[in-house]
Design a binder for this molecule. Sequence first.
Ligand code: ATP
Ligand code: PRP
Length: 227
Amino acid sequence: MSIATQSTDSGLILALSKGRIFEDTLPLLEAAGIVVTENPETSRKLILATNDPGVRVLIVRASDVPTYVQYGAADFGVAGKDVLLEHGGEGLYQPVDLNIACCRMSVAVNAGFDYETAVRQGARLRVATKFTHTAREHFASKGVHVDLIKLYGSMELAPLVGLSDAIVDVVSTGNTLRANNLVEVEKIMEISSRLVVNQAALKLKRARLQPIIEAFEKASALQTKQG
Ligand code: ATP
Ligand code: PRP
């Protein structure tokens, strides 16, 4: 397979998703002296400028960040552990856990569903999720037989309408589960977002990337300590 556009000029390209990752990355960028000068919530542009002519920001779907970085279309990016586990991490260096966009990956079911008994009795469970790799590994490690149903969003709907017995999704406050009369029955893992760097870019553009990686590391450690 030919690897696409490894950008070879001296500029850096950062891949971010709109919303919580963009918002939580802004203070880390500022710690590295980089200010994004356009707002992705109001602009339709997908390539945003910064105060540094040598740094541009690509706005992509959260689950596409690892792909842009893997193929070198972006030099670095920020992605959730949930997304990285599904992607597999090929071609990516993951130097820093930024401790942003924190949540957990959990199993949830309808309030009336006796999950423990179903698992104990060896029932075959239908599980709807966007995170099929993580779900498959989790249930295989417990020896639970599952039929996975791949969804791309609004997983909470699936048990409500009988599409599945359970879901695997990210949970933070638990408000979405409560609002839909679902209960969290198992925590699979804690999730946070990581800085990901294209492995070739790290060698070719080390002089530019290293200070940014260090600034992100320092600023996220400080935020974690203060938070
Ligand atoms: P896509 O657009 O690719 O479908 P998405 O809608 O899940 O992805 P976001 O909602 O922006 O993208 O979430 C980005 C990351 O933030 C997720 O990969 C996850 O690690 C984390 N995350 C998701 N939901 C929450 C939440 N409710 N609270 C905190 N962090 C979250
Ligand atoms: C995510 C996830 C859950 C929700 C959990 O969705 O798919 O639906 O957040 O968060 P909670 O436990 O705090 O309710 P999404 O990113 O679409 O929702 P959000 O941006 O509105 O949190």
